[in-house]
Design a binder for this molecule. Structure first.
Ligand code: PRP
Length: 183
């Protein structure tokens, strides 16, 4: 979906489609190098990570595997509580695997912090994180994120996988939603 189709709902564009494309290629090159002698398991967290997973995995040159988890954090609306429930688990056994969690955004960090601990407890050989976006000012727990696309301000953003009430996920850019849409 192009910006022009939802322009009235958008306050400003934070990261353009072109900027995302360039950054994804840079990240892919770094990941190719880091995992050169391994076959990492790319773990996407549904649903937001679908776009970044599709673009990042195709920009990488080394062979990778993909798997998905759906997790939901208990809590109201936009605030995650850190208490996580698995809605769809991995199909893959992660024992001895090099797992790369692929995330669209790190907000409070609570989801990720739980997920890293969970995968380590299952016996993964390594667990690392790549996230397209990170909101440093929203962090509630410190999470070691090896690769970040862009640090962004603590505003409500949509697009490139990120939704508001399941809308705007297919927008090609990352944008700040106009408060009029959700107030
Ligand atoms: C978003 C995002 C991360 C999580 C980050 O998912 O995709 O998984 O929130 O938040 P945190 O850092 O505060 O834990 P969401 O729960 O909105 O689900 P969705 O990807 O299906 O939209």
């Amino acid at each position: 979906m192009d910006l022009s189709s939802v322009e009235k709902d958008i306050e400003k564009v934070l990261v353009t489609e072109e900027q995302i494309k360039v950054r994804i290629s840079e990240l892919a090159a770094e990941l190719d190098q880091h995992y050169a002698d391994k076959r990492p398991l790319l773990l996407g967290v549904l649903k937001g990570a679908v776009m970044v997973m599709a673009d990042l995995s195709r920009a990488m040159q080394i062979p990778v595997e993909m798997d998905w988890m759906a997790i939901s954090s208990y809590g109201s609306g936009t605030v995650s509580s850190g208490v996580v429930r698995i809605l769809k688990d991995l199909d893959t056994d992660v024992i001895g695997r090099h797992v790369l969690i692929v995330e669209d955004i790190i907000d409070s960090g609570l989801t990720l912090s739980w997920l890293i601990a969970n995968l380590e407890a299952r016996g993964a050989a390594s667990v690392k994180v790549v996230a397209l976006l990170r909101k440093p000012d929203a962090a509630k727990v410190e999470v070691n994120v090896a690769w970040v696309g862009f640090d962004i301000p603590n505003e409500f953003v949509v697009g490139y996988g990120l939704d508001y009430a399941e809308r705007y996920r297919t927008l090609k850019d990352v944008a700040v939603l106009s408060p009029a849409v959700y107030s």
